[in-house]
Design a protein around this ligand. Structure first.
Ligand code: 4AD
Ligand code: MG
Length: 429
């Protein structure tokens, strides 16, 4: 690696006039004025203006004139403090080497969303997508930090599974040595198995949904942060989710000031308690806000908007009608028509960030619910076993990482929160 004496661009802001620097980056923009060429060079830490002067570089000046945007370059030069430079400093180049040429870089301003998605592998180099990817990295880091600090053990679950967690409608079938299996929709059942030894577990890994609905919040493959806790109930889950989301928002705002600024996003850390409303109360709010939801239906996007409009902050809705939720949810002992589940919904059209709740821990009840909903226990025997040998009350949740990134970064579409989105129409690049 060409690293000797090299510094990252970010370090340049602290250097005095005349310092010798060597940087390694890519050519972002180029403008030629008289015998001088101004090039914005970027690396993973930032961007700096490099000035190439014909009288200093002699015949090599023609070489730099000819190279295109996104060529990779190593250059040496001197720091010059100059108010007219974009960041108040520039590098006057003494020598350079083009590492990889780039001709006719295909990304230009004003391109359509579809074209940019076709060119996603290149588009990701841009300032805004790079800022989003850094925010995403901090979100993932903060999730892990919180889980570790609170005594959770990280684990993983298989991607190939033989039965549905969240219903058959969104399963992706895969040919597994001639047998039909599926891509996992959620690691929940495997996490449930792990609580019997580890008590508090989590995983961050992809989940797959064959979502036919094309919305701004659905991906076919997304990053799912899920946790499961022995002896926890519905209230514990809401407490845990509130602390986790507040922690992630707080540290991301602290650590990603520059990235949020690049995105023009003013996101404030959340201090107030998240309101907790039952599904029935949520329906009343919807009615007052002029949105009609029939009792027994899941909350529509419009309904979620109406509820968040009322509070202007994330809201837990809990105790959903049984028929809107998967079979594993614990019925409310006070009302068998609803289950001890919760969704955390967030404002600004973020919608549902988290789904979770208390699980059925009783063998007979779980078996009854599987038979009612699926018609057979085939494929669920191991899951039933968990209730046969030392069952305990327990609860858990799943958080959509891209939905959280979309909200924090103020993105209009969830596909921009993942490097290479998978949507019904897109598996390339
Ligand atoms: O509400 P969901 O379907 O719940 C479960 O999968 C539970 N088994 C999780 C658990 O309790 N361990 O999904 C959980 C979260 C949603 O709240 C949403 O944030 C996200 O996963 N999500 C999606 N994100 C992007 N694209 C999709 N198609 C998503 N489907 C769900
Ligand atoms: Mg859900």
């Amino acid at each position: 690696m060409e690293t000797e004496g090299r510094i990252k661009i970010q370090k340049i802001w602290g250097l005095p006039q005349g310092s010798e620097v060597k940087i390694r980056g890519w050519i972002y923009t180029k403008s030629h004025i008289g015998g001088m060429l101004f090039i914005n060079v970027r690396d993973s830490t930032g961007m700096v203006q490099a000035v190439f002067k014909e009288d200093l570089l002699g015949s090599k000046f023609q070489e730099i004139l000819a190279v295109g945007r996104e060529s990779s370059i190593i250059l040496t030069g001197e720091v010059n403090i100059d108010e007219r430079a974009p960041m108040g400093r520039e590098i006057v180049v003494k020598d350079f080497k083009i590492v990889g040429e780039s001709k006719d870089y295909p990304i230009r301003p004003g391109m359509s969303v579809e074209t940019l998605l076709d060119l996603r592998h290149l588009y990701l180099r841009g300032r805004k997508p790079s800022a989003v990817m850094k925010i995403r990295s901090e979100v993932l880091k903060a999730l892990r930090e919180w889980f570790y600090a609170n005594g959770y053990v990280e684990t993983t679950a298989p991607t190939f599974v033989s039965s549905a967690v969240e219903g058959g409608a969104t399963l992706f079938p895969v040919n597994y040595f001639g047998r039909e299996v599926y891509l996992t929709q959620s690691s929940q059942f495997y996490l449930e198995a792990m609580i019997f030894s580890l008590e508090k577990v989590y995983t961050i890994q992809p989940s797959f949904r064959a979502e036919k609905s094309r919305t701004r919040r659905h991906l076919c493959e997304y990053t799912h942060a899920e946790a499961e806790i022995a002896y926890a109930d519905l209230n514990d889950i809401m407490d845990v989710c509130e602390k986790l989301v507040k922690y992630v928002c707080k540290v991301v705002v602290e650590r990603c000031k520059e990235e949020l600024e690049i995105l023009g996003r003013k996101f404030k850390p959340l201090n107030d308690a998240f309101p907790r409303v039952t599904y029935d109360e949520a329906l009343n709010i919807c009615e007052e806000e002029g949105v009609n939801v029939e009792w027994g239906e899941d909350l529509s996007t419009e309904a979620e908007r109406a509820i968040c409009r009322r509070y202007g902050k994330p809201v837990f809705v809990y105790k959903f009608p049984k028929r809107t939720r998967a079979f594993y949810h614990m019925p409310d002992p006070e009302n068998e028509d609803v289950v001890l589940s919760t969704d955390l919904i967030a404002p600004e059209d973020a919608g549902e960030l988290i789904g979770g709740g208390q699980r059925i821990s009783d063998y007979n009840l779980l078996k009854k619910r599987i038979l009612e909903e699926i018609g057979t226990t085939e494929g669920y025997e191991w899951y039933l076993d968990l209730r046969r040998y030392g069952s305990v009350p327990h609860a858990g949740f799943g958080l959509g990482v891209e939905r959280l990134v979309k909200w924090i970064a103020g993105l209009s579409h969830v596909r921009d929160a993942i490097p290479f989105p998978r949507t019904p129409a897109r598996v390339y690049p």
